[in-house]
Ligand binder design. Structure first.
Ligand code: CUA
Length: 336
């Protein structure tokens, strides 16, 4: 039983091709880069396993063989160096690290040089959500991409350092405030994959996740067309709900009364809120607008001033839609 499990695990360590190249600890290989990265990972892994086993076995043998026994004398230090042995134990590790460096550097160059025809998407990280801006200005909280086409991500952060990590694509790149970093990939299999933040960025770091949605060839453009025009085709409440979902509001503001990093939006409109400075404010259109553009001007008591500004990042019609959505969360309109 244990043996079967072990054999199964060993097999999966090597490769399970029916699962898109997923192994015991690797998700399916879903980008053109993934095979290369896994190959190098496995090379380093098996070299390490080989030497680990070798060293431990030799160590155990020596421990038994040369243990202290009655009548055995302490060996004398050798005075003649064994040149051949020294060249061997220097030469083999040197050759190994040169090989690892060569393939590692080659992959690194591939990864940091996007093809000239890549589809460009701007990525912005902030505590604690991602936003992806497409060439036509559309913003989404998930990364939608076409399959089999190189996609370049031009990334920056609004506040602290974040790191965009897509395990299935084997890419990870930091987002640094005040400068742009780049990475690229070409997705090979339509489907949905996790995006994680791989740099500790505060309380809700581990919630800072999103999805990559890889659309099959030919389905990306129609999706883009439909998604970009959502405010024209929806009621203000529906549109506001969509803005709430795609612009990351939901990471911090619940709509069911539950506490999160920020106050809930449930029954918020018209409510009198106590502020951190002791004064009060009635939540109306102007307060919502101000809280979006200058979030730290009037912070509700019991919460921290951690909300980033949406100045220049939300259009007027999006703010209006959000206000309409917040108004609809009165516990009566059906939508809770
Ligand atoms: Cu963003 Cu961790």
């Amino acid at each position: 039983m244990i043996l079967n499990g072990l054999i199964d695990m060993m097999t999966r360590l090597i490769r399970a091709p029916e699962d898109g190249g997923a192994t015991f600890w690797m998700p399916p290989q879903s980008s053109t880069m993934a095979g290369e990265v896994d190959w190098l990972f496995n090379l380093i892994l098996w070299i390490s396993v080989f030497f680990f086993v070798l060293i431990v076995v030799v160590m155990l043998v020596f421990v038994v063989k040369y243990r202290r026994r009655e009548g055995w004398e302490t060996a004398e230090a050798s005075t003649s160096p064994n040149t051949l042995l020294e060249i061997t134990w220097t030469g083999i590790p040197l050759a190994l690290v040169v090989v690892i460096f060569f393939f590692g550097f080659k992959s690194y160059l591939n990864m940091s040089t996007p093809p000239a025809n890549a589809y460009e998407i701007q990525v912005s990280g902030q505590k604690w959500n991602w936003s992806f801006t497409y060439p036509n200005g559309y913003v989404d909280q998930n990364l939608h991409v076409p399959a089999n086409r190189p996609v370049e991500l031009i990334m920056t952060s609004v506040d602290v350092i974040h790191s965009l990590y897509v395990p299935a694509f084997r890419i990870k790149m930091d987002l640094v405030p005040g400068r742009y970093s780049k990475t690229w990939f070409e997705a090979t299999r339509p489907g949905e994959y996790n995006i994680f933040c791989a740099e500790y960025c505060g309380t809700a770091h581990s919630d800072m996740s999103a999805m990559v949605i890889v659309h099959p060839s030919g389905e990306f453009e129609p999706w883009m067309e439909k998604a970009s025009n959502f405010l024209l085709t929806m009621t203000p409440e529906e549109g506001g709900r969509k803005v709430y979902e795609i612009r990351g509001c939901q990471q911090c503001h619940s709509v069911d009364g539950g506490p999160r990093t920020g106050p809930t939006l449930f029954k918020l409109f018209g409510k009198e809120e106590k502020l951190t400075d002791g004064s009060t404010v009635v939540v109306d259109e102007n307060y919502i607008r101000e809280s979006l553009l200058e979030p730290n001007a009037k912070v509700v008591a019991g919460f921290e001033a951690v909300m980033p500004t949406y100045q220049g990042r939300l259009k007027d019609d999006e703010i209006l839609a959000l206000i309409a959505y917040i108004k609809s969360l009165d516990g009566k309109t059906g939508e809770e």
